[in-house]
Each structure stands twice: as structure tokens, then as C-alpha cells.
Write a protein that binds this ligand. Sequence first.
Ligand code: SF4
Length: 449
Amino acid sequence: MQYKVFGCKVNKYYTDRWLNSEYLSDKTGTFVASCVVTDSAKRKWVRFVKKELESTSKNGKIYISWCGAFKDGKAQDDFFEIYPDLAYAKEKIEVLDEAPIEDTPKKSLREDEQQEVNNKASTKSPKPRIDLSKLKAAQKTQIYTKKFILIQWGCDSFCTFCLTVQKRGRHYYRAAEDIIDEIKNFESEGWKEVVLTGVNLSAWWLENTHDIQNFSQDLVKNWISWWWSRFAELLRELLDNTSIPRIRISSLGPEFIDDAVIKILWEERIYPHFHFSVQSGSTNTLKSMARHYDGEYMKRLLWKIRNIKREDGVEISIGADLIVWFPGESEQDFMDTYNLVKDYKITKLHAFPFSAHTMWESVPAGKFKNQVSENIKKDRMNRLMELWEQVRETFKSSQKWKVLKVLIEKSDNTWWSGWSENYIECDNNNIEIIAGIPKKNNIVVWKYI
Ligand code: SF4
């Protein structure tokens, strides 16, 4: 089965699942993981599907899953009403659920929830646990050198620019032992890196991602985080119960990152690249986005991250998702975002132009007044990208002649490539190998030249 992944790491995790599923095992055609993060993201996969339809064989079909295909995690019955552009090919398109039925992961239940389930035993039962032996048997396709491990799903935060939250359903998370089993399964096959992923993964173990409402901003502001995030505990358990050399963490909700989490990020097996879904540096803009933190909180968090002193002495790289042109964004609001990138050396940047989501499905902020005018939009995105390129080049130059490690992800007889632990892309041309053989899935020690 051919496949095309649009969007985030959660999509990569599920594409791996669907491609190894019993349901698709005897089917032909193309699997498409769709994304609705912006209007242009929607246009991209709709265009791809139309093109694929032209060449799909008589018995083949296009299997569409993920955010463009479902609501609250379930395949949308009104898919062709929402995407009338594809209605002409109803016979050749199949809309799929979030996950193949055989491996929908288990939701971890706390005592009170388990009691509730027991009380309602007749009406509702916990989700089936992932059957790893079945997965192992079914694992035909290994798409990536690293493995995306889903630890959390869904979200309850309803940020005003976000369509994803309408699609993915409510927040829940996976039991630690379930996650550990899947990592041990993967490392037992000799693989070297896992990527923890989710929609709001640092909210692991929380009742819902809105929990932060119960805390006064003063508590947050004063760095007192005495118990709420158990994301740190999960990381500790993964470090203690697995031996996988590299644990990478994908996009983090800043509001759930407390001192306990920051302390764990010093450890050598935690991949020293930390990406935050920041969205803006401006308190005004964050407020109208309905985010759970303000500009001051973000500065303090990035200051702490930037000052992490790693056990292995590696200088960390910081990544951020940022939205530019959010309705009402003043020049000062923009500069607050711009200065975050400059002052805290954001070395990996996903800068999204605000999308009013006028195509097919919409978001609250799409109807906000004071949308930013076209001429300002272009100027701001150019300035931000220019700054980011400078920051990135300065960071890469600062790593010159440093001894680092790289996981070889692609290789053939003459060429190979991979990523350093602090997210610098490298290949034969820019590094000198000190130790190790540059073969796929090998970690080699190198000097960046
Ligand atoms: S935290 Fe906000 S942006 Fe992220 S998934 Fe939830 S609602 Fe969307």
C-alpha cells in the first residue's frame, strides 16, 4: 500500500499502525494521513487525493484517515458534505477512523474512574490494550529509523485558532507500563531512538488539559509546581525501565512543564532538543488565543530551558511553534514573539501564518474582528524567518569542531545522513567520523566541521 503523510508526528505514528493493520493487509491503493492545521494544509492533501485518483487502479482505493477525515476520533459520516470537491469519487474513497480497531490503545484509568467504570460495567468498558505480540507479528513495514510512541491523545483546551481539537476528541493518556512495553519491544529489535508524541503530551496523567484553570496564575508564576504534572514521573519511569539510547520528546504544551520535568531534561538519554507549542510571545495575543499562560511565563520557561546544563555537556537546541498575524496582533505583539526567538535562541522554528479556516471547517478566531491586513502579513513573516535563519546559522557555527553523536537514518554505499542529538542535520560532507560505522540505525561519534 502506498502512503502519504501530511501533518504531525501523531499522524506518522498512526500511519505506521494502519499500514501494518489487518484491515489494509489485503487492500490496494493509497493511504493518506490528512491534516487540517491551516487552510493551505487542507488544500495540499485534497489536491494530492485528486491527483492520486487519476492513477489509482481499478480495484484500488484512496484510504483517508486523520484530522481531515474524522470528528472526535471517528470517521465523519458527512465527509463528502464537508469536502464536496471529492464527492465525485465517493466510490473510490474510504474514510477511516483514527486507528485500526485491532490496536486502539488503552486509556489509563485512575481509581475513581475505574470505580465509575465498574459501576457502569454494563454500559461502558475500558478500551482494549495494544496487543504487542499481534503488532510484532503484523509489523511488515518499518517506515522510520526511529519509532513514534503515542503517550497521549486528544485535548480539552479549545484554543481559539485550533481545528485539531474539534477533530481529535477529548484528552486521555496511556498507561506507563503500556508505553514501556512498546519501547522495550522496539529496543529488543536493536533500534536506537523513540519519539514520545501526542496532541498535548505533557498533560500526561491529568484529568483534562484544562486542569490548569484550578491553579492561580500566581502559583504558576512563582514556579511552585508541587504535584500536578506527572509527565516528569513518566520520563523517570521510561529512563529506569528501558535502555533505548535516545528518548526524543515531540511538541510540548508549555503550561505543564514544571521544575521536575526540567530536571529530567538534563539526562544524557533524553534527546537535547525541546520543542514547545508557544504560539506567541505576546500576553495580549496569548489571551485571545485562550492559551493557559502569558508572555512572562513563556520567557521564564525558555530562560530555564536555555540554561539547562546537560550531563553530557551538549548545548541544547530549542524549537517552537509560532503563529504570526493572529487577529489583533499589533507591532508590539509581533515584536514580543520576535524577541523570544532572538533572546532564547529558538533554533528550530515552525512559523505558521494564522489561518482563518474559511475553507470547509472553521475556528472561532476566524470570525474575530481586526484580522491583520495583507501587506503587514508578508512583512512580519519575512522578518521572523530572516531572524530565525540568523539564529540557526549562529547556533550551527557554535557547534563547529564539537564532538557530538548522530543517529544514521539513511545510508547507502556512498552516502549517509542523520541528525545530531541537538538537531543538526548532517551527512558525509559536513562531519568527520571519530567512532562508529555510518550505517542506518547506527549511532556514530563525530566532529562537526
Ligand atoms: S492545546 Fe490548543 S492548540 Fe493544542 S491541540 Fe489543544 S486546543 Fe489545539
